[in-house]
Design a protein around this ligand. Structure first.
Ligand SMILES: Cc1cc2nc3c(=O)[nH]c(=O)nc-3n(C[C@H](O)[C@H](O)[C@H](O)COP(=O)(O)OP(=O)(O)OC[C@H]3O[C@@H](n4cnc5c(N)ncnc54)[C@H](O)[C@@H]3O)c2cc1C
Length: 398
């Protein structure tokens, strides 16, 4: 069966690997001119490690991982109020691993040398019939496929074409996230520093092998407070939100306009009643994004790809049965992990409520901020561990 996958991210590359292994003929079309390398660091946890192991790349990922040494929790003047190991700070336990997103993509791409990859193009139109699918591309000639898989991220092109306007499926969590690269003037070596309070986090880190460092701002604001297509407005919102924070924040904000990779988005989840329609199916963020707040997006992409390809192999071409089983198998795991994102957002947004717990939290933050933040991180690690292990991988045979 000829399968077109839109998107060469974690979900798309992993789906292609497993489909090829099971005897399908996958082709990937990626909008970017080359594989998107670099980017932020991401975690792979729990059951998703089983996918890496079954692909034989777990050790390679560990060698290429960030090897973060530690984290310093600081107050708004820059005084260190607590220290944690890199793993404890990143909610990683047991064999969990942290790696730069682009490095993981490169490792995944290295596993599929024989898969056709079309860079610099995008699907324009899809027409399904009982015999197959005709796909029109923006640049290349139209082609026939048996199935189309949308693995093209939170603002999925395939989802828009097959299921309609994304507004129906996106659920904003009331938080914004910005990440951009700045020179490593603090000489951080595999260390992160974070200022946290309810509703506002500011952090810097330098991962292994990165000459620069990343600045990251995560904060609550009412949805639609900012135009997601207007960088000047976004920068202004960040400046306004952090104007009273000392530490390195004023300097980072000064550097912000000079950064060449300014990223800004609303923390958003994708909720759909079904992830498939006829011969088209979605996987990864395109289908069920849990938001960066969950810390589980990459693991969900890896496991979703494994299950989708596995069910297609098990159904021996009966794609309707495969898609139904894929959804049945994966949905409980997705829901548990999406809940992580919602819980994390609720904690950040609890500042908006003037209740007893918030007041108590604020009081404790005055007395022992370092211990309190560490406690919150530890509690959250327990929740994430449980969710990350809440699926048992089936053994699929091609
Ligand atoms: C700032 C930030 C921090 C994060 N931190 C974490 C973390 O700590 N842990 C974690 O697990 N996850 C984290 N995530 C989330 C994680 O990166 C995603 O959930 C995960 O990468 C999902 O993979 P994906 O393949 O579904 O989508 P993506 O990685 O978004 O890949 C989609 C691919 O599709 C391509 N594409 C888009 N449109 C088209 C088109 N029209 N045609 C063809 N191709 C197209 C894109 O170029 C991209 O290559 C974070 C995300 C962000 C933004």
């Amino acid at each position: 069966m000829k399968v077109l996958i839109s998107g060469a991210g974690i979900a798309g590359l992993t789906t292609a690997y497993w489909l090829e292994k099971y005897g399908f003929k996958p082709t990937i079309v990626e909008r970017a001119p080359t594989l998107l390398t670099g980017g932020y660091k991401i975690d792979v946890r729990g059951s998703a490690l089983g996918v890496l192991r079954r692909m034989g790349i777990y050790d390679t990922v560990v060698v290429a991982s960030t090897h973060m040494k530690g984290a310093l929790l600081i107050d708004r003047k820059g005084k260190v109020i607590n220290e944690m190991s890199g793993d404890a700070f990143g909610h990683r336990v047991d064999d969990d691993v942290e790696i730069i997103r682009g490095i993981l993509c490169q490792i995944l791409m290295d596993q599929i040398p024989d898969v056709e990859l079309i860079f610099g193009d995008s699907i324009q139109e899809i027409s399904s019939s009982s015999n197959g699918i005709q796909v029109k591309f923006q640049n290349n000639q139209p082609r026939e496929f048996d199935l189309v898989i949308g693995a093209d991220g939170i603002h999925s092109n395939v989802r828009r074409i097959a299921f309609g306007n994304e507004k129906k499926f996106l659920q904003e969590l009331g938080l914004y996230l910005s990440v951009f690269t700045v020179p490593n003037y603090l000489n951080l070596d595999r260390v992160e520093m974070q200022y946290s309070e309810l509703g506002r986090v500011a952090a810097v880190w330098s991962a292994r092998g990165e000459p620069n460092m990343k600045a990251c701002f995560g904060f609550t604001a009412p949805p639609a407070e900012v135009d997601l297509n207007d960088q000047a407005q976004q920068e202004q919102l960040i400046r306004k939100t952090y104007e009273d924070i000392g530490w390195e924040v004023p300097r980072l904000l000064q550097m912000m306009p000079n950064s060449t990779d300014f990223y800004f988005d609303a923390a958003t989840q994708v909720h759909m009643d079904h992830w498939f329609s006829s011969r088209i199916v979605l996987v990864g963020d395109a289908a069920y994004c849990a938001s960066p707040m969950s810390g589980q997006g990459t693991s969900l992409a890896l496991i979703g790809a494994y299950v989708l390809a596995g069910e297609l192999a098990a159904a021996k071409g009966d794609y309707q049965t495969a898609f139904e089983k894929y959804e049945l198998e994966l949905r409980p795991f997705v829901l548990i992990n999406q809940k992580l994102g919602i819980t994390a957002a609720k904690i950040m947004r609890s500042k908006e409520k003037n209740n007893f717990l918030t007041l108590l939290f604020q009081q404790l933050m005055r007395v022992a901020p370092g211990c309190l933040i560490k406690l919150i991180i530890d509690l959250s690690t327990r929740r994430i561990k449980k969710a990350a292990n809440s699926i048992i991988l089936k053994n699929y045979k091609g």
